[in-house]
Design a protein around this ligand. Structure first.
Ligand code: FPP
Length: 244
């Protein structure tokens, strides 16, 4: 339906990243335990993936668990980990049918053995997917990954943005490496980046929504992409009219 209208700038790549915030507040506002917010949040993930695919997004990166989220109560951490596990096991068929390639970015050494196996198996099973890359950030910290990548520089002084980005991709298990974020959406009413894709969002357009993540719909995604298309992206240069 609206797909052609949103075909992203006629370019090959359109990278949308989402900070899925507000699960806990959504639940508390309704008198539910926080976990219910996360459960409903995983349904919103499915809606977001479907909408992204329909709207011509080529890479969708979702912030599911930050490295700082380990500070949460063990029961909440365990619930989140089991939701990730279920998602990777259950969504694999949908991904295969829809040409979606899965990639989990972030650290892997602190994930349970079973979750790590589910990650590797989902990635291998969907590796041929060419319509959209769905990246889920788990145990992810932009600052840590920048630090790890920087510590791998060899000191020869020939670092470039391109080869640093490549190192960042390596430390995050980001395969394939993808272009920077075009549009960053954050739900839940807060206006901050919370250590998400700091390097890759250098020129991202930011859209902040009051909607709590469990209420996120395809309409919200369409509206955010529409807003993106109204922005003028100059990447530090002058507006086109000024150079004509
Ligand atoms: C932030 O909301 C959200 C998280 C820390 C977890 C995100 C997880 C999901 C959306 C569900 C499962 C995901 C997948 C990929 C299957 P918050 O709990 O910090 O919200 P609050 O600010 O209202 O407390």
């Amino acid at each position: 339906m609206m797909q052609s209208a949103f075909c992203p700038l006629n370019s090959a790549s359109f990278h949308v990243a989402i900070i899925m915030d507000g699960n806990g507040r959504w639940a508390v506002q309704r008198g539910f335990p926080r976990g219910e917010g996360h459960r409903q949040g995983s349904h919103a993930v499915r809606r977001a993936v479907e909408a992204a695919l329909r709207l011509g997004v080529t890479t969708l990166t979702l912030y599911a668990f930050s490295s700082d989220n380990w500070k949460r109560p063990m029961s909440e951490v365990n619930l989140l980990m089991s939701l990730f596990y279920d998602f990777l096991r259950k969504e694999r068929k949908q991904c295969l049918e829809n040409g979606i390639r899965l990639n989990v970015i972030g650290r892997r050494d602190r994930l349970s053995r079973s979750l790590r196996a589910a990650v590797e198996s989902a990635e291998a099973a969907t590796a041929q997917g060419e319509k959209m890359l769905l990246r889920i950030a788990i145990d992810y910290s932009a600052r840590d990954s920048i630090l790890f990548a920087a510590s791998r520089l060899d000191g020869s002084g020939d670092a470039t943005r391109e080869n640093f980005a490549q190192r960042l991709a390596e430390v995050n298990h980001a395969h394939p490496a993808v272009p920077d974020v075009d549009l960053l959406i954050r739900t839940g009413g807060e206006r901050r980046l919370s250590d998400f894709l700091l390097w890759e969002c250098a020129y991202a357009e930011l859209v902040f929504l009051e909607t709590m993540w469990p209420d996120f719909t395809a309409d919200d995604m369409e509206a955010a992409i529409r807003e993106f298309h109204h922005r003028e992206r100059r990447f530090g240069a002058l507006p086109q009219a000024a150079t004509a």
